[in-house]
Design a protein around this ligand. Sequence first.
Ligand code: SF4
Length: 269
Amino acid sequence: MCHFNGPEGKKKRDILKRDQIERALDMAGEPAEITFAGTGEFLVDENAVDYMRMCADKGHKPALLTNGQLLTPGLMDEMLSIGTRQFFISVDAIDAKTYSRVRRGGKFEKILSACAHLRERQSLYPDIRVQVSHIMFAPPQTVADEIVNFWRDKVDVLLLRAEYYDNLFFRNTFYPIPRDRCHCPLSLTLTPSGHISPCCAMTLLQHMYRFPWMPHIDTHTLDEASTLLTDMYNAKGSKFNHICQKCQWWIMFYHRPNIGSPYSRTYMF
Ligand code: SF4
């Protein structure tokens, strides 16, 4: 659920309405882990915690994807009391100066404090998982070891990812992008406009462009959206398939035995 197209969004700001969020949560079916996120930052919405509470009240597990800048001990404790256990924090740096540059004035110490607080709370809630996501702005051979060693004693999971550029393309991959592209398992995201995105690439693109052909939460169930998007994905010449032809995000799902993915490495500490 990516409900907010915030201050850094290049197009008109959008925000999901409460009834749209509720409708999506009601349609999510079996108890599911629902990740709340936003362009800019989900937590700038004063209703953010209420939505996570609504999610938990409906039997789902709320998870948070955040840049971490607005996390305070009180807010984290409130989210923990609701039942939030998965905290995904996008960092992309291991020092204050780089962090401030990459995250436009962000304070790196806030991230370290948030990670330390959540890890300390594991004595009360052992199932808390603190994950940081780190884009590599240089080849993995030159930066991966240093990044892994930095986070080893501060978080539970580190996701090291290749860098995307021009929205659809990648560099600094773990090995050259294969020629034999693979299938993308579609995963629905409710976006700030109410449209339902089929994948990470489209979720990224919808922050900059309108895609009226994407199904909408006001007019489609999640099942209908899934069927429609799957059909478009498979239909050569469809507007969605046309984007797929250029897109390299499929490397997220590509795995080679004993080598893994060109896109990412996950480190569990
Ligand atoms: S190729 Fe890109 S746009 Fe197409 S489904 Fe995969 S991630 Fe989405």
